[in-house]
Structure formats: structure tokens, C-alpha cells
Design a protein around this ligand. Structure first.
Ligand SMILES: [Fe+2]
Ligand SMILES: [Fe+2]
Length: 280
């Protein structure tokens, strides 16, 4: 199974540059061109939130115009820049998006790895939370199917990133409870998040947690005392998660790659059909 993770596309009005500088629509278009040329093709593309800049219908329509060019199926979860009702209106009728309920959380059961998509949004606020209702729902879903490898996805990283800029806030509530909950469910092979606009990996909940890169402007690696939040002129990227039969000495495992997106010369073939040479 190949799962592509895109995140934080921040689509704005078609002719608007975000922060006067970033053409987020063009950057998503380029990312989709790269995803569509992957060989083998991904089984699924998961968007880990902040689809739009301000969560209005026009921005979701602009996103759909671009995302419709994806050849792989797309699912998404809300971020703090999204609006639940507008998302339901834009993506209602898809088999994965619940049309009722307080939260936009759901399960994907049709893949080699089960994916539980959580809703960590507090409407109108930058940080997220997992309240008792949402934690209980997640606990029930994990308890119901304890023997299948599972990814838990949410927009806000539940761990401390070490970044000091204000938008590096993750969960304001529920992080410690989620850590304890996941430790009771050993089938969880990865926690996937977005929000911090750069790839970050750490241990969490007895498993690995990965905040995926953005397809638009990465945040700078600001870890100093000045608490700066900057948009870095680094290449955007996507996450590529591979479920491999022999990833660990004891069997299958999930291996996560980061694939930068940009316009550069094509790769140079060093040698064909000699895996040992490439590994050396
Ligand atoms: Fe974002
Ligand atoms: Fe966010």
C-alpha cells in the first residue's frame, strides 16, 4: 500500500498570493502533477488539513478544481483554517465524509492499513484539542478492530515540536490523554498530522508520530527564544508512506519518506537494476 500525505494547501482566491508571495494554487497543481506521475501509483492521498486559507466556499471550489486532476482517490480532514459546514457542503456525497455529527471524523477500512481520521479543530482558534467525546470515539474505533495495522490522523500534532513560533501550537488539550490511549492499542503504526508546515518525527503514544510537510510555504525551523514564525523559501513537499511486507526484522511495517516538490532537472540514472549499488 502506498499512501501519499499532502497537507496545509492553504488555497486562497484564484488570483491571490498568500502573504503577497505564495501562489498556493500553483504549488498544489505542481504537487498533483508529481503525485500523478508516481510509479507505482499511490492507493490513496490523505490531506491532513488546512485545505483553504479561510474555509469559504469559493476557496473549496478552487481546491476542488485543482484536486479533481488527481488520479488517485483523495480524502481529507479539517484543519484550523477550515470550516466544518463549508467542508460538508463542498465534499458531501463522498463515501468517506460524514454528513451528520458534530465532528468530521471517520474511518477508512478498505486498505491494507486501516486509517482513522480524527477532527482536532476548535472552531475559530489556531490550536486544536481532543475533548473527551473525541477521545472516547477514537478509543471505541481502536478497540473494535485491535488486530489490523492502523494509522491515526489528525491535523494538530499532539507532540511538542520544539518550534517557538505561535502557529507551532498543536493540541491545547488532550495530548497527554491521547498518548496514554494509544499506548493501549499496539496496532497503531503511525500518527499522522499536519499544521506545522514542515516534516517532523518523534515517538508518541508508544508508536511514531509524523507531522507531514506542506505543499505550499514551509515554516522556518525557528527553535530559538525570539519566537519568530517565518515562511521559509524551502521547497514544499509531500509525505509518501509505504506499507512494506519486510520493513522490520519481524515483518511488515510503515516506512515514511519526504518527497520535495520543485522544478529541477530529472534524476540521473546511476545504474539500472542493481539495488546493492544504490544502497551502497
Ligand atoms: Fe497550515
Ligand atoms: Fe493548521
Amino acid at each position: 500500500m502506498i499512501l501519499v500525505q499532502i497537507s496545509d494547501t492553504h488555497i486562497d482566491a484564484p488570483d491571490k498570493f498568500v502573504y503577497g508571495h505564495f501562489d498556493t494554487a500553483a504549488m498544489l497543481t505542481r504537487a498533483i502533477e508529481v503525485i500523478n506521475t508516481m510509479d507505482p501509483a499511490p492507493d490513496l492521498v490523505l490531506h491532513t488539513g488546512d485545505i483553504a486559507s479561510h474555509g469559504d466556499a469559493n476557496q473549496y471550489a478552487a481546491f476542488k478544481d485543482i484536486a479533481d486532476k488527481l488520479t488517485a482517490p483523495l480524502v481529507l480532514i479539517p484543519g484550523n483554517h477550515d470550516d466544518r459546514d463549508a467542508l460538508r457542503t463542498a465534499f458531501g456525497g463522498t463515501p468517506w465524509l460524514p454528513t451528520t455529527g458534530k465532528f468530521l471524523h471517520y474511518i477508512l477500512d478498505d486498505y491494507a492499513v486501516r486509517i482513522i481520521c480524527c477532527d482536532s479543530v476548535i472552531a475559530g482558534e489556531t490550536p486544536g484539542e481532543l475533548c473527551l467525546d473525541r477521545l472516547n470515539w477514537l478509543d471505541e474505533q481502536l478497540s473494535a478492530v485491535p488486530d489490523r495495522p492502523t494509522i491515526v490522523a489528525l491535523h494538530h500534532p499532539p507532540f511538542y515540536t520544539g518550534m517557538t513560533g505561535t502557529s507551532a501550537k498543536g493540541l491545547s488539550q488532550g495530548g497527554a490523554e491521547l498518548d496514554a490511549l494509544l499506548r493501549r492499542h499496539s496496532q497503531v503504526v503511525r500518527v499522522l498530522a499536519g499544521h506545522v508546515h514542515r516534516p517532523i518525527t518523534t515517538s508518541f503514544g508508544g508508536t511514531l508520530a509524523f507531522a507531514g510537510p506542506t505543499t505550499c510555504y514551509p515554516f522556518g525551523l525557528e527553535i530559538g527564544p525570539a519566537q519568530i514564525l517565518s515562511a521559509a523559501n524551502e521547497p514544499p513537499a509531500i509525505g509518501v508512506h509505504l506499507w512494506l511486507p519486510d520493513a522490520t526484522p519481524t515483518g511488515p511495517g510503515l516506512v515514511s519518506h519526504v518527497l520535495p516538490i520543485g522544478d529541477w532537472d530529472p534524476a540521473i540514472t546511476i545504474k539500472k537494476a542493481d539495488v546493492r549499488m544504490v544502497q551502497a
